[in-house]
Design a protein around this ligand. Structure first.
Ligand code: BG6
Length: 484
């Protein structure tokens, strides 16, 4: 099959850091159809040769094992082309159309990795020059809009131009092998299903912690913040994966229907819950692994009085028969103590204790998403070397480390998702109604924070966020996993 992949934002950060390395890996492993062309689109006046040279130079920043040799790059470079475009100029789309029609590939992917403000323009212009034919697929990067209204406006335009099955809304967390393993754990094994409910589960904690700060994205982040950047999409998708009902089959819509139901069942916010169950924070100076870190307000592109949140902790519930009353805690932040994404499922303690034991860290399933993928089952056990009979139990852990089981090489999220686009598989992409529901749920929090002059709570870089996040969970009688 031949394909053309047009990359709007072809000289942007995402193209350098994620997309080109992912495309190269697919090329190296022979999974990218050989008769492909990758066309970078940007405003700069690069010749195709200059563009190739730029891409090659960016590979220096990629981990060693994933860098191409000279020879490999030369073969990969044969797929790369560049077209200079001003995305507001209709004539430039006409030039693109000529180039695409000349080649007449079986599949044309329009990857829109620009600022979300340009999504509508790009899609409308593509339609004007007739580039929305049935063999076209459009990929939209997050964030898709800034709030519910802008998200709806984008979706309405896109829906008028492309059929839903042509639209691939990316949430790269769904492409992570660990997230696919979560589906495998829940729906490929019957073991946990009877336990996966309010009768047995006390609370669920979703953490996406980063050590990184805002890096060079200060200006973008200022108008985005952690709630829009991480919660509206990645964290809520994880919540759906952990909380959804088993789908009737593995088709995209069957999965998306169930995720949508979770989003629709999220407990609506009230003034009281907005005050107690939505905590925002911002990193102050501190240190991580012995290195000093600057405060968010001193980062380049950031207002020195900024109230943008770099940390969020939320408490919610899924109001349905399976989950009623079970708290789900979501926490994400930058410059936290370690890079760590995991879901912790805390089961109820035994109804009656006959042993002396420290129960804090037992009765727990931990789903590690990164940096290592795997499962840990925390149980209580009697040590084997107790000389005296003792009834004190110790916490032990059954470890399923996927790196040890399957090897450390893992297919990157973008590599997997890009191939799914080319193959037309929608399972790991987000449908417009899911996205709108997620915006609808976060919007009261956004509005509340916009009108609250108190601003975010400061936390030192290298910690687990403001203490209010621990206080929030402590009110229910629980604590974050690392505190037990
Ligand atoms: C992106 C956010 O979607 O996800 C970034 O815009 C964040 O701010 C990144 O750093 C985290 O992704 P990962 O795969 O490194 O956990």
């Amino acid at each position: 099959m031949s394909f053309d992949l047009v990359l709007f934002g072809g000289t942007g950060d995402l193209a350098w850091r994620k997309l080109m390395p992912a495309l190269f890996q697919s090329f190296r492993h022979g999974t990218l159809p050989a008769s492909g062309r990758i066309i970078g689109v940007g405003r700069d006046n690069h010749s195709p040769e200059q563009y190739r040279a730029l891409i090659q130079s960016r590979f220096d920043k990629v981990e060693l094992a994933k860098r191409p040799s000279e020879d490999e790059f030369a073969r990969f470079a044969a797929l790369l082309d560049f077209i200079r475009m001003d995305l507001s100029k209709p004539d430039d789309y006409a030039r693109l159309a000529i180039s695409l029609r000349e080649r007449n590939a079986d599949c044309v992917v329009m990857y829109v990795a620009t600022a979300p403000g340009l999504f509508i323009t790009v899609c409308e212009q593509l339609a004007t020059v007739g580039l929305n034919t049935a063999n076209t697929r459009v990929v939209l990067e997050k964030p898709l809009g800034h709030d519910l209204a802008s998200n709806r406006a984008i979706n309405a335009t896109v829906r008028g131009i492309f059929a839903e099955k042509q639209v691939f809304r990316i949430d790269h967390y769904l492409g992570k092998p660990a997230v696919q393993n979560l589906f495998a754990l829940r729906f490929g094994n019957a073991l946990f299903e009877p336990l996966w409910r309010r009768e047995h589960i006390a609370n669920i904690q979703i953490t996406i912690a980063e050590e990184l700060g805002v890096e060079k994205r200060g200006a973008f982040y200022e108008t985005t913040g952690a709630l829009r950047d991480m919660v509206q999409n990645h964290a809520l998708q994880l919540l759906c994966a952990i909380g959804m009902e088993p789908p009737i089959n593995s088709h995209a819509d069957a999965i998306r229907d169930e995720k949508l139901k979770v989003l629709r069942s999220l407990k609506p916010w009230t003034p009281a819950s907005l005050a107690s169950d939505a905590i925002r924070g911002q990193y102050a100076a501190g240190s991580i692994s012995g290195n000093s870190m600057a405060a968010y307000r001193t980062e380049s592109g950031v207002d020195p009085h900024s109230n943008t949140e770099t940390f969020v902790a939320l408490r919610t519930e899924i109001s349905n028969w399976r989950w009623a009353g079970v708290p789900f805690y979501i926490r994400t932040g930058k410059r936290l103590a370690s890079r760590d994404a995991r879901i912790v499922v805390n089961f109820h303690p035994t109804p009656h204790a006959i042993f002396n034991s420290h129960i804090g860290a037992a009765n727990r399933l931990v789903i590690n998403l990164q940096p290592r993928d795997g499962l840990e089952l925390h149980l209580l056990a009697q040590g084997q070397n107790n000389r005296r009979s003792s009834q004190t139990l110790a916490p032990v852990q059954l470890d399923l480390d996927f790196d040890k089981r399957f090897g450390t090489e893992r297919v990157g999220a973008y590599e997997r998702l890009l191939l799914d686009v080319i193959d037309g598989r929608l399972n790991l992409f987000v449908r417009s109604d899911e996205q709108e529901e997620a915006w609808r749920w976060v919007e009261p929090v956004l509005d509340n924070w916009a009108n609250d002059s108190q601003g975010p709570r400061m936390y030192a870089s290298g910690t687990w966020g403001p203490s209010a996040s621990s206080a929030m969970i402590a009110r229910d009688g629980y604590c974050w996993a690392e505190e037990s």
